[in-house]
Design a protein around this ligand. Sequence first.
Ligand SMILES: [Zn+2]
Length: 322
Amino acid sequence: MAYFAGIDLGGTFIKCGIVDETGTVLVKDKIPTGSTRPYAEIAEDMGKLVLDLIVRAGLDRAQIKAVGIGSPGTIDSQEGVIVYNNNLHWRNVPLGPAVQAIVGLPVFVTNDANAAALGENFAGAAKAYDASILVTLGTGVGGGIVIDRALFEGNRSAGAEIGHTVIRMGGEKCTCGRQGCFEAYASATALIRQTKRAMEKNRDSLLWEVSPTLEAVDGKTAFAAASRGDRIAQKVVERYIDYLAEGLANMANIFRPQAIVLGGGVCAEGEALLAPLRKRMDRLLYGGTDYAPVALIAARLGNDAGLVGAARYAWQKTEPNA
Ligand SMILES: [Zn+2]
């Protein structure tokens, strides 16, 4: 059995785990990122955490084949360099080589959303499928594309930006500078904005009972009021599902994966979201659903997806046929 270390680098926490060939996490832990510190200190903490976890797993460093890192931002995965990271204010940070110098093992870096997509494909909701796409609905819309069990990263790992495909030309302004992006309609942030707008227009809606102030609106507000029969809330939810379906159908029509895995907080709604979304998306799939159906399922690995996927990434980089 070979073992790998997987690291999920976030703005708040560094999560790390030792993962075996079956995708099982032997041990894991997290430490604060301390994101305002120089990158060298963060890299040192990451390396030390890996070495510590190897010992806690009862393993020897020689049994660990490689280390994978999922990092936010634009990643030059060839060089292990974070080209640009908005949250950590990093530019051209050689994170991979810095961690490698501490752990003395090969280190490979990919984007955190890509890592999560690979994790769900390797050991999570899409385990049964060779081709799957993860779409995470959070502050933004992130995700990754797995084809033939491997990540599709695009030229210089700059692709697979699922959230920044337009579903409405000239539409809502997106954080990326474009207008009408999938993210500007389907993220949790977008759902919150849509909910607030409906509340401002409808003072007698039950939405005001669920959330007495606009500030208190979250991704659950519209679903909660809709389930209590409020017509305004139901319209918000239906519209949101329409937007989601458009974006997902675009992904499905290009890549035709066997499954689309939905992640992020909004997915806590479960079948209240998935069942109508499935119906709506299926109607938009090119050629219908008889020949090559696309399963729509909820993510399963939760917070472990990133580190499991990062470990899998390291495995595939050291053994291309793994
Ligand atoms: Zn955008």
